[in-house]
Design a protein around this ligand. Structure first.
Ligand SMILES: [Zn+2]
Ligand SMILES: [Zn+2]
Length: 271
């Protein structure tokens, strides 16, 4: 029936827009790692068509041919899957599980840090949590014993951190630290610190709180995966040092992070 056909076309095109919005969001992390955007968009469409194969759809046979080798894994399953190859032949960024942070946690951390911040000393904390419903949830902020200067912070008695995490069966999902007077960025020391979190858990995040940086009072970062991870893995330097590659080649703001207003969290201050 003609009416039914035109209705189903409308439904089809609505689904197209819904699916493309959905898909663009999933692929957002890769966009920030300077991948060829055109290539990604072409892959997007192909993945959509693969998903929709069960229902008959007027796709040009020629296009269909090109699409066959491409796996729909990015859309069908956000878990890290077999790596795709981008145009330069390098594996592209992986996709990440979502990671939820309690909205109030960063405020609370700044409050706990304020004595140090007033003395121009950094403060650091560990973000612990668990995996629920295929998403990581930060549910504990641990402030370890620490030694800090105005541009560095070193955790002490790390076994105490592990003990607290083990008691609740939580694991480290990242870390947070202040830049009392500096701007919001990841120093070379921060990048090396974060490397050890991210090799343990690809979704691990580094939050920088920079209350004096009016443009960017906080940032949630990670190493570009795989290329930033590779730069830091190969770098044997310690202390503050320059890297040959520009910062935006090595690290980027996370796009798998959600600020969750309903997520409860505990604070354990070990100082
Ligand atoms: Zn820092
Ligand atoms: Zn380095």
């Amino acid at each position: 029936m003609a009416v039914k056909d035109s209705v189903s076309k409308v439904v089809d095109s609505t689904m197209d827009s819904i699916l493309s919005v959905f898909n663009v969001r999933w692929l957002h992390p890769t966009e920030e790692c300077d991948l060829p955007l055109k290539n990604e968009i072409e892959n997007d469409n192909s993945q959509l068509d693969n998903i929709r194969q069960p229902s008959p759809h007027p796709v040009l046979p020629q296009v269909e041919q090109e699409l066959l080798p491409i796996s729909p894994s990015v859309v069908a399953d956000p878990q890290p899957g077999p790596s795709k190859l981008s145009q330069d032949g390098m594996p592209s960024s992986r996709s990440f599980h979502d990671l939820h942070i309690p909205v109030k946690m960063m405020e609370e951390f700044l409050r706990l840090a304020q004595d140090n911040t007033a003395k121009d000393l950094e403060t650091c904390g560990v973000l612990a949590g668990s995996l629920r419903n295929r998403a990581f949830h930060v549910t504990m902020l641990i402030i370890p014993k620490q030694e800090s200067t105005s541009y560095s912070c070193q955790t002490l008695n790390e076994e105490e951190i592990f003990e607290v995490q083990d008691m609740r069966s939580l694991f480290p999902l990242g870390w947070i630290h202040t830049h009392p007077t500096q701007t919001c960025f990841m120093s070379s020391v921060d990048l090396h610190t974060h490397y050890s979190y991210q090799v343990m858990l690809p979704e691990a995040i580094a939050i920088v709180m920079a209350p004096m940086d009016t443009d960017s009072p906080y940032g949630i970062f990670h190493l570009c995966d795989p290329r930033g991870v590779a730069v830091i893995r190969k770098c044997d330097l310690r202390g503050f040092h320059p890297h040959e590659e520009p910062d935006d080649f090595i690290y980027e703001p996370c796009s798998h992070v959600h600020m969750n207003p309903d997520l409860e969290f505990d604070v354990v201050d070990l100082r």
